[in-house]
Design a protein around this ligand. Structure first.
Ligand code: SAM
Length: 281
């Protein structure tokens, strides 16, 4: 039984990191006219109402996307277009989830494959994405769906893998699904989100180590932690593991991560990390 609902967390520091990396990857793919595919294995609803009870129960978006939109980070030209999109959402009290962000950024020649398992979320996703013939929506397990869909058509492209990790098995499922998909789609870019938790609960090192053991051309990790971690609950940080990271993505993230971390920091324990676990040859 799935109980995770992204509406409680939409726009928090982890979403901000994930969606900035997603934005940079999509912009890289857009540098060529050739069409590309976007796959979202765990899509959730697509767009979030920041006036909802869910969003306001936790108010995580306040220290996340609202802080970001009020900061001077928009002065970094690389992410100014992302901030503009975010601000137009905030003007109508909404936050764009990954499917909606991708829909806004993709061109007429590109394709979106969106997967979601939860009944309520898929209903909302279908409503939020309706009327766009670039979009295919799949109501199924995201791990199986990824393997089934790859290689997509067109074969250039990117898969965002963004589970809730509400079941421990999600970590192993990520590794298994990515291993099978990389074999079928060696040119695909895979962007895998993961939480960074207190030592006893943390599985981020296990996950990134397992991903680095796969036969991939390169693997870049980009992590941001915003505070000291509480032992029992909460999430102080998160990371994105990027397989087949495009040329100079590391340089772009080097420009962004320090200011992003400073903006999101909730205490002096905040830090960021950018590291090649598999160096590009
Ligand atoms: N990618 C979204 C975004 O950035 O806006 C957020 C995704 S949220 C972290 C994770 C989603 O995965 C939830 O909506 C949950 O219902 C869904 N989910 C959980 N298990 C799943 C599975 N096995 N396959 C597909 N979706 C699943």
């Amino acid at each position: 039984m799935l109980s995770y609902k992204h509406g409680f967390h939409a726009g928090n520091h982890a979403d901000v990191l994930k969606h900035i990396v997603l934005f940079l990857l999509i912009e890289k793919l857009k540098q060529k006219d050739k069409p590309f595919s976007y796959i979202d294995t765990h899509s959730a609803a697509g767009i979030y109402d920041l006036t909802s009870d869910e969003a306001n129960k936790t108010q995580e978006y306040q220290s996340g996307i609202v802080s970001l939109s009020e900061s001077t980070i928009a002065e970094i030209p690389l992410i100014a277009p992302y901030l503009e999109l975010v601000k137009s959402g905030l003007a109508s009290q909404t936050y764009l989830g990954s499917p909606k962000l991708a829909q806004e950024l993709l061109r007429s020649q590109d394709q979106l494959n969106l997967i979601e398992l939860h009944n309520n979320e898929i209903r909302e996703l279908k409503r939020n994405m309706r009327g766009d013939d670039r979009v295919s929506i799949h109501h199924r397990d995201g791990f199986e769906g990824l393997v089934a869909i790859t290689p997509p058509k067109p074969a250039r492209g990117l898969a965002l893998i963004d589970p809730a990790y509400e079941v421990k098995d999600d970590y192993a499922q990520v590794v298994k699904a990515v291993a099978s998909s990389v074999a079928k789609w060696p040119v695909g870019i895979f962007a895998i989100w993961y939480p960074i938790l207190a030592a006893e609960r943390d599985r981020s090192e296990w996950l990134t180590r397992k991903l680095a053991e796969l036969p991939v051309k390169n693997l870049l990790i980009s992590e941001m932690c915003v505070s000291e971690q509480e032992t029992e609950f909460g999430m102080h940080g998160s990371g994105m593991a990027i397989i087949n990271a495009p040329y100079q993505l590391d340089k772009q993230l080097e420009q962004i991560l320090p200011s992003l971390t400073q903006t999101m920091a909730q205490d002096a324990a905040a830090y960021h990390k950018l590291e090649w676990l598999v160096q590009p040859s």
